[in-house]
Design a protein around this ligand. Structure first.
Ligand SMILES: *Cc1c(COP(=O)(O)O)cnc(C)c1O
Length: 424
């Protein structure tokens, strides 16, 4: 199976004779064994198999395998949410006293996770502009830095990560690059091909694509040589007492990172995706390669329309040749990035409020990356406690509207946006 569209539809699961064509939902918390010796082998990680759905479930693994194939990884796992995926991806290799270098333009939830919650665990971070020079990136590293993190296309800033540059700097410091690839999805960008070591997803967005199931995924390329940096990663490179002294990087090779995250973090935190949600996610994945080009086509048309409208002050969309990230996006995402566009109205906060009220097809939601168009004006909703000055500093000026373009008919979307602009 070579092409990505075929992987979307049939990847991860090949039924045998007389077996269900669709992936089965293993709606079971537990799995039975004939002897305690057989089950003991699972606990000692000497045999592979399932024993309890808090750690692993066969339905989840089928869907994780598909995402692994799509990203070109070596091993993958599903998590209960994108937040859990990013936390696990980092915490699997960072502990108290360690440090992370992260792009400053990342999802607000991830920023909080790293800057506030992980700081309480004794893990510090330095945030860098995604447009930093190599020298500036190098300067952010410390002897205790264990990971570098960024988003391919940032939510909601829509900056584009220079994955090759970030990977080069990370590797020069002997640490892996973790890339959250939620917005482009592997249909439009595969960060591992550009040097990223670990890829994360909020599958809640385009992968599910229908606003139906919250979920996350972690894919490991298997390319990072943990043993070559054994002093930095004792969790992977020295015996784990909680598993009878197994050394993950020795025993599990390219699956070491995902195995550790499964048997240690999933065991202890239990942020598992329900098999029902994994099944729903798989339905979304089956059409991902059909939906993404349509999201891009519609968003490009809307961005061009907004860009030429007299009431619009500016548009952020990396598919526009006038956009700051156009060239970088052409390199990493020649077929387009995603369906999310942001723009500012000349009339400021008041105009934004009228526009949002008048829009009929675009519903007001905090969600993005859905088959249905939705939009948000942070100043009058999620960030409404802030003054105009504070909003500007936070990178979400009062007039900014984020619109996530769905897969409806683009003529209808543009007509709807036009009438909402006329009402201002
Ligand atoms: C939404 C989002 C997340 C968080 O995912 P949840 O599934 O909501 O937990 C992380 N990263 C990005 C880029 C996102 O858009």
């Amino acid at each position: 199976m070579s092409n990505i569209g075929t992987k979307c539809v049939q990847g991860g699961y090949t039924p045998g004779n007389g077996e269900p064509r669709q992936i089965p939902i293993y709606q079971s918390t537990t799995f039975k064994y004939a002897t305690s010796e057989e089950m003991g082998k699972l606990f000692d990680l000497e045999a592979s198999g399932y024993f309890y759905t808090r750690l692993q479930n066969p339905t989840n693994d089928l869907v994780a395998n598909k995402i692994c194939e799509l990203e070109g990884g070596a091993a993958a796992m599903l998590t209960s949410s994108g937040q859990a995926a990013n936390f696990f991806a980092l915490f699997n290799i960072c502990g108290c006293g360690d440090h992370i270098v992260a792009s400053s333009t990342i999802y607000g939830g991830t920023f909080n996770l790293i800057a506030v919650t992980m700081a309480k665990m004794g893990i510090t971070a330095t945030f860098v502009s995604p447009d930093s020079s190599e020298e500036e990136l190098n300067a952010a590293f410390q002897p205790n830095t264990k990971a570098m993190f960024g988003e391919t296309i940032a939510n909601p800033a829509l900056t584009v990560l220079d994955i090759e540059k970030f990977a080069k700097v990370a590797h020069a410091h002997g640490v892996p690059l973790i890339v959250d690839n939620t917005f482009p999805t592997p249909i439009n960008c595969r960060p591992i091909e550009w040097g990223a070591d670990i890829v994360t997803h909020s599958t809640t967005k385009y992968m599910d694509g229908h606003g139906a199931a919250v979920g996350g995924a972690i894919v490991d390329s298997g390319n990072f040589d943990w043993m070559a940096h054994a002093d930095k990663y004792p969790g992977l490179c020295t015996p784990d007492d909680s598993y009878h002294g197994v050394t993950y990087a020795e025993r599990f090779g390219k699956a070491a990172y995902i195995t550790k995250a499964t048997v240690q973090l999933m065991r202890d935190f239990g942020s598992i995706q329900s098999p029902q949600n994994a099944f729903i996610l798989n339905l979304g994945l089956e059409s991902l390669h059909v939906r993404m080009p349509r999201h891009v086509e519609n968003a490009q048309a809307v961005a061009e329309f907004l860009n030429s409208h007299e009431k619009v002050a500016y548009v952020n969309y990396s598919g526009l040749p006038t956009d700051k990230y156009y060239e970088r996006a052409q390199k990493y995402m020649p077929n387009g990035g995603c369906g999310v566009v942001s723009f500012g109205l000349k009339g400021g906060r008041e105009a934004a409020s009228i526009f949002m009220r008048e829009l009929k097809l675009g519903a007001i939601e905090t969600h993005v990356a859905d088959a249905r168009t939705c939009c948000l004006n942070p100043a009058t909703s999620t960030h409404r406690q802030m003054t105009d000055e504070q909003l500007k500093e936070a990178g979400v000026p009062a007039e900014l509207i984020r619109i996530s373009i769905g897969i409806e008919d683009k003529a209808d979307l543009i007509a709807d946006i036009a009438q909402a602009l006329d009402a201002i």
